[in-house]
Every structure is written in C-alpha cells, then in structure tokens.
Design a binder for this molecule. Structure first.
Ligand SMILES: Nc1nc2c(ncn2[C@@H]2O[C@H](COP(=O)(O)OP(=O)(O)O)[C@@H](O)[C@H]2O)c(=O)[nH]1
Ligand SMILES: [Mg+2]
Ligand SMILES: [Zn+2]
Length: 344
C-alpha cells in the first residue's frame, strides 16, 4: 500500500492548479491516473487510492497513465481531464497514422542504450525526436559500461547526436546504479524508460523502486488471472518520484513530429533555413547549405541522411493522418446534410 501522498509528491504543480475554476476547487479532487481500464481509472489522490468511473464522453483511449483528472467525490466519477504538460505517443498500429498516447506528464525520459552492438544512432535520434515532440526532456542512459573496453567511444557517439542531452554511463547491475539517476528523480518527479529490450531498463527500474519489475512479457493467461484493480503502471521511486512503466512503450513509429525532429537535429535544421531554394531537398541542387556543410566537414553526412529519412517518414505519416481527418470531416458533413434533409 502506498501511504497517503501529498499532491505535490504526486507531481501536482501550479501549472495544473491554475487550470482549476473556483467551483472546481470547491467540489472536485485532483487525482493522478495510475492505471487505465475499459471504463474505470485507477488513481491516487491526496487521500489515497481511488477507483473512478469514466464519463460517457471521455473514452479510455483519451486517458493515459500519468494524467491528472478532477474527480467528483460524490459520484466517484471523473469530472474533467486536465491539459497535460507533456506526453509520449506513438503511431497506432495498423494502416492509419493515428497518434496513440502512451504516457502523460513525464518530467524526464531515460533514453536507454548499451555499450553493445544494439547501439544505433538512427534509433536513438528517433527517440530524441519523439521526446522533443511530446515536450519531455530526454536523458541518455548508457548501460553495460562493464561489457565494453571503450565505453568512452559510446559516450562520444551520444554527444554527437545530442550535444546538449545529459548522459549517464553506468553498469546497471552495480549497487550504486540508482544513485546515478537520482538527480532526475525526487518528490513530484515522474520518469520513464525508453529503449530496446535487453538494455537494462528493468534492472534500473527495479533498482529505483526496490520492486521486482523484471516481469518480462505478461502472458495472456496471466492477464486473465490478474485482478485489474491491482494493476499498477506507476511505481513509487525510493526517495521520491514516480516511474511509469507501461506495456505500451515498445515499437515506436512517428507522426506529426516535425518540430521534434527539428529540435533533435537542431544543427542541421538551422542550416536548412539557409538553402537557396525554399523547397530544397538537400540533395544535389545548387546553394544547399546542408550539403555545403557536409563537404566542409562541419556536419556528419550519415547524420544528414538519417535526418532526411526521418523527415520523409514523418511527412508520409502526417499526410496520411491529415487525409484521414479530412475524410472524417467530409463524412460528418454528409451525415449532417442527410439529417437535415430527413428533418424537413
Ligand atoms: N553486465 C551488465 N549486465 C546488464 C547491465 N544492464 C542489464 N544487464 C543484464 O542484461 C539483461 C537484460 O536486462 P533487463 O533489465 O531485463 O533489460 P530490459 O529488457 O531493458 O528491461 C539482464 O540479464 C541484466 O542483468 C549492465 O549494465 N551490465
Ligand atoms: Mg524489461
Ligand atoms: Zn538544402
């Protein structure tokens, strides 16, 4: 059992407090979402754990672990979902380029990679763009320093793709591993791990929380046997703060994250604005500032290629999503028109 926490220790801050009207402040109770079920939310309030019913106009898919809601204590219902400060999302599985919310209100995302062949610049840049797109500050966590003769080379590669991103290099199995991540934890701070399977996320998460979070994949059998009310995806960190650990943080696709990509590749985006042609493809055309910088050795050619690939991928997904929205609107219009005719 989690002892009754204060709102601040749950991550509540003035940003959220300012969203409340006087009447809401009087009658409603802030609650942090720790689990999302079909029609109910598991939450934590200043008075402890609370199960809340979702109103008909708020589908469970619009709520994520980490969200703040206002609860009506008289009805046990969610009255309002509060605007989130940050979020991590991915492209929904399937044909459609719909954005799928994974977690909300995260203060730091630990982009975790290891000193092994798993290390991959393109994937890490994708994580960085995703973090920026959702407004979550990233931190690089480089594990398995004990498995490599030259962890410094990996640190240098991280510097090259994120010069301003803090980097922690460690052996996740060492007794002081959790201590190295504590600067981003503490009361009210919410963190999450992102990274490939096997890089040490569960090892670090267990060290931070004192829990055994190395459960691996949850089988369908286990799911059936599991009592949903006890399913928790937000864990208390020893010494303060919260770790969000959801099954959703697996394969990542991109959508509508042009700004995130610009920020992740800030040095290249800045150059792209100086090309002679506004619609420069940053290929062989004359006056391309990006290619000029490559030739001058100021930027890495491979990184430019990865940037172009990511932008193209994002443009494709975003165009698909836009098309889908347009089609949806057109359909709504037709339905409305049909109703008008019927009503006559
Ligand atoms: N030697 C060493 N092993 C590690 C390190 N981090 C994780 N491991 C091991 O790698 C395996 C996968 O770790 P795990 O935490 O389950 O990775 P996850 O899939 O990202 O959650 C486990 O056997 C860990 O003990 C590290 O820094 N050094
Ligand atoms: Mg794991
Ligand atoms: Zn150009």
């Amino acid at each position: 059992m989690t002892p009754n926490p204060t709102l601040a220790s749950l991550g509540w801050s003035d940003d959220f407090d300012h969203l409340l009207g006087a009447a809401e402040r009087e009658a409603l109770v802030p609650a942090r979402v720790t689990g999302v079920h079909r029609a109910r939310l598991a939450t934590l309030t200043a008075n402890g754990a609370a199960e809340l019913a979702l109103p008909p106009d708020l589908p469970a898919g619009d709520v994520a672990v980490g969200d703040w809601v206002l609860a009506d204590p008289d009805t046990g219902r969610v009255a309002r979902l509060l605007d989130r400060r940050s979020r991590i999302f991915r492209r929904a599985a399937g044909e459609e380029a719909r954005e799928q919310l994974i977690v909300a209100n995260v203060d730091t995302v630990f982009l975790t990679t290891s000193c092994t062949e798993e290390f991959n610049e393109a994937r890490l840049e994708r994580y960085v763009a995703l973090a920026h797109a959702g407004g979550v500050p990233p931190v690089f966590v480089l594990t398995k320093t004990d498995c490599s003769d030259g962890p410094e080379a990996y640190v240098a590669r991280l510097r090259a793709i994120g010069p301003t991103i803090p980097t922690v290099a460690l052996n996740a199995r060492a007794p002081d591993a959790a201590e190295a991540l504590k600067p981003w934890c503490g009361p009210g701070q919410t963190v999450a791990f992102l990274g490939m399977s096997g890089v040490g996320k569960s090892t670090l998460a267990s060290a931070l929380t004192g829990l055994d979070l190395d459960t691996g994949e949850i089988s369908a059998d286990q799911m059936r046997g599991r009592h949903t009310t006890t399913a928790r995806e937000m864990h208390q960190i020893l010494g303060g703060g919260w770790l969000i650990d959801t099954p959703g943080m697996r394969e990542l696709r991109l959508t509508d994250m042009a700004e995130g990509i610009d920020e992740a590749f800030a040095e290249i985006s800045a150059l792209a604005g100086q090309c002679r042609f506004r619609d420069c493809s940053h290929g062989p055309e004359p006056g391309c500032a990006v290619q000029a910088a490559v030739v001058a050795g100021a930027v890495d050619a491979a990184r430019v290629e990865r940037w172009k690939k990511l932008r193209a991928e994002d443009a494709g997904h975003s165009a698909q999503a836009l098309d889908r929205r347009r089609k949806g609107k057109a359909l709504a219009k037709r339905v409305k028109a049909a109703k008008r005719i019927k009503g006559r």
